[in-house]
Design a protein. Structure first.
Length: 273
């Protein structure tokens, strides 16, 4: 079994960085006086990224009043901060397309996207940062890909363990750390905000995610599992259970669920095809 700290750090360092174009774009965006024209030109120079960005910007998820035809229009209407997340989401979902037989990649990203949509909608109701919540939700399970790509045979041997806590215990026994810890370490290496690192690390631990974005992501993860429940009755009950601790009104809960369902397929088409 790998030694916990040393093996985790060594493996995280060996993983590829974000795609180079994403790193370039984030460097432009993070400047105090970000050059919108330069940002638009750089996004437009990558045909696939430009197409995804426009598709996502025009999706019902962002509720644009009028359709945008150019990247510069998208930046102007959505704002640089929002475009930062759009670009990062497109880069992350396209940059990690395989993890052997250990992970069903399409199913993995569908759950991650459903969690991200749930987190964004919950954050708006709870007056948290919706864009930060969206990115944290999208990345919350990324550690599973870390384990699957770094230790494919061992991770495949774990199989599909239904209970989340049992899965984490099995990961810790086999690798010395679990997917939450691995994902948080990767988020730190990629210089994502501390709130995202904490949310990824604590999305299965209520005592560590009792407020703020970490709490939003933990509940969003539970809600995403509930929304994917094939039995409508069981799914509705699971949704109520997931949202119970937030003390939302019936109207707020219904709005979060409906908005998440309405935007999910469009997000999937934009981000994973």
């Amino acid at each position: 079994m790998p030694h916990a700290d040393g093996s985790l750090i060594q493996h995280i360092k060996s993983l590829p960085a974000l795609p180079s174009i994403a790193s370039e774009l984030l460097a432009i965006i993070d400047q105090d006086d970000a050059d919108v024209a330069a940002l638009a030109r750089r996004i437009s120079s990558d045909q696939a990224l430009a197409a995804k960005t426009l598709q996502l910007a025009n999706s019902p998820f962002y509720g644009m009043a009028n359709r945008v035809a150019t990247i510069q229009q998208a930046i102007t209407v959505l704002g640089v901060y929002c475009i930062r997340n759009v670009v990062t989401a497109c880069a992350v979902t396209s940059g990690w397309s395989a993890a052997g037989a250990a992970v069903d990649i399409p199913a993995f990203w569908r759950h991650s996207i459903l969690t991200a949509a749930s987190a964004r909608n919950l954050a708006r109701v709870l007056r948290q940062d919706p864009e930060l919540a969206f990115m944290a939700g999208l990345l919350h399970d990324l550690g599973a890909l870390v384990l699957a790509t770094g230790f494919p045979e061992q991770y495949t041997e774990l199989g599909r363990i239904g209970n989340a806590e049992a899965q984490r215990l099995a990961e810790r026994e086999r690798f010395g750390f679990d997917h939450s810890e691995a994902g948080s370490a990767l988020a730190a290496q990629w210089n994502f905000p501390a709130a995202i690192q904490v949310a990824v690390r604590s999305h299965h631990e209520p005592e560590l995610s009792a407020q703020g974005i970490p709490r939003v992501v933990r509940v969003a993860n539970q809600l995403a599992h509930a929304l994917a429940e094939p039995d409508a009755g069981a799914g509705a009950a699971a949704c109520q259970e997931a949202l119970a601790e937030l003390n939302l009104s019936d109207a707020q809960s219904e709005r979060v669920v409906n908005q998440t369902r309405e935007s999910f397929q469009d997000l999937c088409r934009a981000l994973i095809g």
